[in-house]
Design a protein around this ligand. Structure first.
Ligand code: NAD
Length: 425
């Protein structure tokens, strides 16, 4: 890809880790490059008519790797989407599906939406959720019309990510009328999966529990936790950890956070956040996002945006364990500092893979039309996540490397083998 683009992709964390895995596994440079770079990247323009006005959006569709199965990855709608972010997220999906050993590849869609511009254009107040919903549904409807064939032929199977949810996935289904063409569909829609909505958060809570037991030798009910982000992932991680008895002392969203050293009541906080659209103002001490990251807690769970822990943050953190619920919340340089400080990190490609594991269940049940129950989905999540952690810890122990590198080693080995089998390399 670098040969036809005047700009080079920055060295991201996954690029650095794949290079290191490739080197240690004895792969040739061309083979490593073939695993790093996307098979296809499309840049598109969506000309939409929203509430009577014509508006144009730019987007990126990254079909990263399909050696192990159809390209799989969410649709992100955000103001800061760019080509390299979408490529990085597509690559993470390739690693994620490989480390959890499910038969999907990796892909991603990013659509850039400048909300401030839209609020002004339509004379709306910022954070008008109803207006935002109209916009995101319209955008996804136009997007689905363009890429209908990719979804219908199961070449790329989208799902929700930041800025999209089950409602937008229903619009994709409306376009294809094929329940297996999209995952993360809302309850009651043909092919929906009980437990899919909660799956990323539930999976992350399982991974946290297992890691606390293994690394700290403690039960989850004995630890304190801080969570950044209270959207789909953050709110369900909080719910399931709270129900397991963990003491959640801090939670934040994009507007700020709350802290209570005795533990927050997550049920009440959820009600509050639904009512006011933020956790800010809930009983307890108001804190900033920067303060939340540096709280003296046993476990820190970044479950919001990427790159929130760089060098400066990594130097100041007071946690004993980080579980990456968000995608790439820690930069490459931040990881180096955390490794020096011996603060263990459970990588995103395991910690937040509950969503794509549930998507695999949703896809296979959509193909067969056989219904399943939430408890069965959660059981599959626990088994798959437990296996991915055990396999990665085995490599980390035998090779004397950190868990993040070990998980990438495992993924690269599997992707490489599939690419070899299919004569991609
Ligand atoms: P969401 O849009 O539902 O919620 C995001 C939350 O983070 C909100 O509470 C928002 O206020 C907060 N936030 C956003 N930017 C922030 C910032 N700069 N500082 C502090 N808080 C901020 O998104 P989500 O679906 O919960 O996704 C969160 C993260 O998890 C993303 O990195 C996403 O890629 C990753 N992820 C999501 C899924 C999924 O199934 N939804 C699966 C895997 C990974």
């Amino acid at each position: 890809m670098n040969r036809v683009l005047p700009a080079e992709e920055p060295i991201t964390r996954s690029v650095a880790y794949i290079k290191e895995s490739g080197r240690r596994l004895g792969l040739r440079k061309e083979e490593i490059d073939a695993i790093i770079h996307p098979q296809e990247t499309r840049i598109f323009r969506l000309s939409c008519k929203i509430l009577g006005k014509a508006v144009t959006f730019s987007g990126v569709l990254c079909l990263h790797n399909n050696a192990r199965g159809p390209y799989k990855g969410g649709i992100r709608i955000a103001p800061d989407v760019d080509i390299w972010e979408t490529v990085e997220l597509g690559r993470l999906m390739t690693l994620k599906t490989a480390v959890s050993d499910i038969e999907f590849g990796g892909g991603k869609t990013g659509i850039r939406v400048d909300w401030n511009y839209l609020y002004k254009l339509y004379d709306k107040k910022p954070q008008d959720r109803e207006f935002e919903k109209i916009v995101s549904l319209d955008i996804v409807e136009y997007y689905a019309q363009i890429y209908r064939d990719l979804f219908s032929k199961h070449i790329y199977i989208p799902a929700p990510d930041m800025g999209t949810g089950p409602d937008e996935m229903a619009f994709i289904y409306n376009e294809t009328m094929d329940p297996a063409s999209v995952t993360g569909k809302p309850e009651g829609t043909h092919g929906w999966l009980p437990g899919r909505k909660e799956s990323t958060g539930y999976g992350c809570a399982c991974v946290t529990r297992i890691s606390v037991e293994r690394i700290m030798g403690k039960d989850i009910s004995e630890v304190s936790v801080a969570i950044q982000g209270f959207g789909n992932v953050g709110s369900y991680v909080a719910k399931y950890l709270y129900e397991s008895g963990a003491k959640i002392v801090g939670i934040s969203d994009i507007f700020g956070g709350v802290y209570d050293e005795h533990g927050l009541d997550i049920e009440k906080l959820t009600e509050y956040s639904k009512r006011f659209g933020t956790v800010v103002g809930y009983e307890g001490k108001s804190i900033s996002n920067a303060e939340l990251l540096c709280l003296p807690v046993d476990v820190l769970i970044p479950a919001a945006a990427g790159n929130v822990i760089g060098v400066e943050e990594a130097k100041k953190l007071q946690t004993k364990l980080i579980v990456e619920a968000a995608n790439v919340p820690i930069t490459l340089e931040g990881m180096e500092i955390l490794n020096e400080r011996e603060i263990p990190v459970i990588p995103d490609i395991i910690a937040n893979s509950g969503g794509v594991i549930a998507s695999m269940e949703e896809y296979s049940h959509s193909l067969s039309a056989l219904k399943t129950r939430r408890e069965e989905v959660f059981k599959v999540l626990e088994e798959k996540l437990g296996q991915a952690l055990d396999d990665s810890w085995d490599i980390a122990d035998s090779e004397k490397i950190d868990l993040c590198q070990a998980a990438v080693d495992l993924a690269v080995k599997r992707v490489y083998q599939a690419m070899k089998n299919r004569r991609y390399i």
